[in-house]
Design a protein around this ligand. Sequence first.
Ligand code: NAD
Length: 361
Amino acid sequence: MSKLDVLVLEGDGIGPEVTTEAIGVLQRACELGGIALSLEPGPFGGACIDAHGEPITQAVLDRASQADGVLLGACGGPKWDALPTSKRPERGLLRLREHLAVFANLRPAKLFAALADSCPLRPERAKNFDFLVIRELVGGIYFGKPRQVTGEPGHRVGENTLVYSEPEIIRIGRVAFETAQRRNKKLLSVDKANVLEVMGLWREVMTALAKDYTDVKLEHMYVDNAAMQLILRPADFDVLVTGNMFGDILSDLAAAATGSIGLLPSAALGEGPGLYEPVHGSAPDIAGQGKANPLAAIMSVAMLLEHTAQRVDLAGAVNDSVDAVLNRGLRTADLAKQGETTVSTQEMGTAVLAEVEKRLS
Ligand code: NAD
């Protein structure tokens, strides 16, 4: 791809601060990598409620469909907390995900060598882990029908439905196999095939799909065992693929192992434009103080370069630059140990940018 059209929705709180640094890195990486980048900002979240009365407008949704990718900051904050759920900033994010039909959520979890001390796991267990959870995002028990509570008080019954069709399993499976091909050619499919028929189908379809990807080694694991093994030997994992609810739980477990929420990027992919965003929220407690860690947003840009622009080389340069600044000892407040000197959001962004230039010039 020699052109890249990105819609930027910086949102609220620290969203604009971290997005500014991420965009700086994206612009320079594209310039040095021969990509003509066009950026268009759009209103989103609380800021969009203030300007337009709703958290996302139809015009922004339409524009998002035409872009190659969407880069998002974060949304929400106390100013909009009293609004009914259906009108809150976070609703804009759900509408956007739904609109773009992004069914595959990619959440890398990596322990940076320089930050090994922040990992809650014992060092000999946590050493060098670097894996990726691929979670099905628009199906499974969070969306299945029927979903209801029925009956008389005292005897009410609540029900939700875990449902996956073969086409749904195949499309998330293909994203997982193709991602595994670009990494270490190892894929673990996580299910509960021993007790759930739908998960039996999941396992059967994944196994059949493996015939199209003979270079990838597919393994299966039950989710309860996967949760245990991720804590006992995280470094043995590479790419995991699983359904919506299991992925929700396992990706947060993985997040806790990395040390700071300011280090977690994500991508949500579908047939059309991808949506890239740091996992963290708008952090109103530190907004406007230059304290936010921009690395999750910057690594989200690396994911955009890899998955939308198909430039693994540029993505690698950005990720290596993040490694380099951490190895040099730069720390935003969330990463610093007591007594350690800290850098601001902008200083961290500028340092990564300089490393990117070194690698790509
Ligand atoms: P949060 O992620 O915003 O903050 C949790 C804690 O982590 C805070 O102490 C915060 O200061 C810290 N933190 C978060 N990101 C950081 C960063 N980059 N650098 C340093 N520290 C960081 O979660 P919350 O406090 O539960 O939610 C705040 C608001 O964000 C709420 O309105 C919530 O609904 C919204 N939210 C939005 C998203 C999103 O836009 N995707 C995700 C989660 C929460």
